[in-house]
Design a protein around this ligand. Structure first.
Ligand code: ATP
Ligand code: LTN
Length: 335
């Protein structure tokens, strides 16, 4: 008997340059899982416009994100890498799922509440965001969704929506599981270790972007918020969040054990910690930045890769959306 390969789906918004939180929380896992499972990685431009975007910037960031993902190790031969708006089934699936999801389920989403607070005028799409995400995931019969901690609630909502649809119309969707790594699931802002590092926070020193120069990385880490305690060790205590965050970044980029890292820093001060983290981050990002610059210089090649990805994605999503439409009672268009 052949065992069916697991399907993995994840998405990322072209809402600005990636930071090490995206890399450590999500992309590293996507790269590690390539080969053994069937992988789909989607650049979610429909999600990006749930908050205002400048059209030229969105277009540029979409290609930049594709280049960066490939530079970071996503191999288009092994992973279907595509742009969400290239596959219409995502918007169509979102509409159908809108019509089986109670409004109250959306109003309690943490990400919605946090993002809505930051907007002068909240767009309807922002509330609907998690349903579009559910459509993304469910159209591919996804088993696993590797994401950072902040997305757990959206994947749980996706499970609820899948079960509700299956209950109303009969078995249609696979109920997916979130996959969240223990360390790195929540990389904190360097200038405020109580907040998660976020793409759409542009304050200087907030994040390390994957294409930052070594000088910029040094600048941000030098000013990273720590505490007045002085000792260096992993800790869950809120007062130690800054030091813990630096240690986690060190851990994930070096792959060393926590015990070895703590032993390495015994008797050292925060200046040494920041210096060592800087060195490790600069060296880990250097090859990614170099590959990124090469790829970004060839937009035609990127568009070609994305066109192949879109065709592969459509081959899965289109039959699924037809199945969904048939289940709800639509007359399917012929041919
Ligand atoms: P935005 O600030 O524009 O909402 P973002 O930085 O949260 O963007 P997304 O595109 O929403 O980035 O997320 C891409 C992936 O990166 C998701 O799997 C998300 O869980 C993960 N991620 C985002 N921020 C962090 C973080 N600080 N630590 C770990 N993982 C993160
Ligand atoms: N909301 C996600 C991005 C996203 C996603 C998805 C993640 C859109 N569709 C499907 C996993 C699966 C975020 O990272 N902010």
């Amino acid at each position: 008997m052949t065992v069916k390969q697991k399907r993995v789906f994840s998405g990322i918004q072209p809402s600005g340059m990636l930071h090490i939180g995206n890399y450590l929380g999500a992309i590293q896992q996507w790269v590690a899982g390539q080969g053994e499972k069937v992988n789909f990685i989607c650049i979610v431009d429909l999600h990006a416009i749930t908050v205002p975007q400048e059209p030229a910037a969105l277009r540029r960031q979409t290609r930049e994100l594709a280049a960066l993902l490939i530079a970071a190790g996503i191999d288009p031969q092994q992973t279907t890498l595509f742009v969400q708006s290239h596959v219409r089934a995502h918007a169509e699936g979102c509409w159908v799922l809108n019509c089986v999801t109670p409004l109250g389920w959306l109003e309690r989403m943490t990400q919605y509440k946090l993002k809505a607070q930051k907007q002068e005028s909240v767009l309807t799409g922002l509330l609907d965001y998690p349903i579009l995400q559910a459509a993304d995931i469910l159209l591919y019969d996804t088993d696993e969704v590797p994401v950072g901690e902040d997305q757990k609630q959206h994947v749980e909502l996706t499970r609820d929506i899948a079960q509700r649809f299956n209950g109303l119309y009969g078995e249609t969707f696979v109920v997916p599981k979130p996959v969240i790594r223990e360390s790195g699931a929540r990389v904190m802002a360097l200038n405020d270790p109580t907040a998660k590092m976020s793409k759409s926070d542009f304050s200087r020193g907030h994040a390390i972007r994957i294409n930052d120069s070594p000088d910029e990385i040094r600048w941000a880490l030098k000013r990273a918020v720590t505490d007045a305690i002085g000792s260096i060790g992993f800790s869950d205590e809120p007062a130690r969040a800054g030091v813990n965050n630096l240690l986690q970044i060190y851990e994930l980029f070096t792959g060393q054990s926590r015990a070895a890292i703590e032993a390495h820093f015994v008797g050292k001060g925060y200046g040494a910690l920041k210096g060592d983290v800087t060195e490790v981050v600069v060296e880990a990002l250097r090859p990614i930045r170099e590959r990124y610059e090469q790829l970004n210089a060839d937009p035609d090649e990127l568009d070609r890769i994305l066109a192949i990805g879109a065709a592969q994605a459509r081959a899965v999503a289109e039959p699924k959306i037809r199945e969904v439409m048939a289940k709800v009672g639509f007359v399917l268009p012929t041919a």
